[in-house]
Design a protein around this ligand. Structure first.
Ligand SMILES: [Zn+2]
Length: 189
């Protein structure tokens, strides 16, 4: 897992430099068919940006682009989770087309699954590293959650990511699988 530090220094979240006490990690996906992390990094490095996350994971390479120091307050989930959870976005396959809300069509499911798995693999190692740094138990309730799970828990806005990818791409994969992968990755650090 490669991390490229590319802080979005024009973003209000970077400028505010407000620190949070990290109590968990939230996994997102970008919600549009853009696989390249650098596109988002560029877009978020803007003084008019209304949102920000701590990192984007490129779906073509699996490279992590860190956009904020991990303990900065970031506006990534539209709820109180912003005060407790680091937010990481996985880029999404370029071969999907959203048809409304979180529903999409996919022209090449095999390719899309490979890309999603690539971002998940990087995310698992990144989250393992962060769990060790902040002494978090990845399997404990509420520590590692998706944006969707954050919404279900009342600490994030009504988004379906990234669980909607797993379901619609028929991946037979859930956030429980992801949490288990993070725990497994911690033993290999
Ligand atoms: Zn999200």
């Amino acid at each position: 897992m490669e991390i490229v530090e590319q802080f979005v220094k024009s973003n209000p979240c970077y400028k505010a430099k407000t620190k949070i006490e990290v109590k968990g990690l939230m996994l997102h996906s970008v919600g549009c068919p853009q696989s390249r992390a650098e596109v988002f990094v560029k877009r978020f490095d803007n003084s008019n940006a209304k949102v920000c996350v701590h990192a984007f994971i490129d779906a073509d390479t699996g490279i992590v682009f860190q956009t904020l120091p991990w303990d900065y307050w970031a506006w990534h989930c539209g709820g109180s989770g912003n005060r407790t959870h680091i937010g990481v976005e996985m880029c999404e396959p370029s071969c999907i087309r959203y048809t409304g809300g979180s529903t999409f069509q996919c022209s090449d499911e095999e390719k899309a699954r490979t890309m999603v798995k690539r971002t998940l693999d990087s995310a698992a190692v990144l989250f393992a590293t962060l769990c060790r740094e902040y002494q978090l138990d990845p399997l404990k309730d509420g520590i590692i959650i998706s944006h969707k799970e954050g919404h279900d828990r009342g600490i994030a806005s009504g988004h379906a990511d990234p669980d909607h990818l797993f379901r619609q791409l028929h991946m037979n994969y859930t956030m429980d699988h992801f949490r288990a992968e993070v725990a497994s990755a911690m033993t290999k650090l």
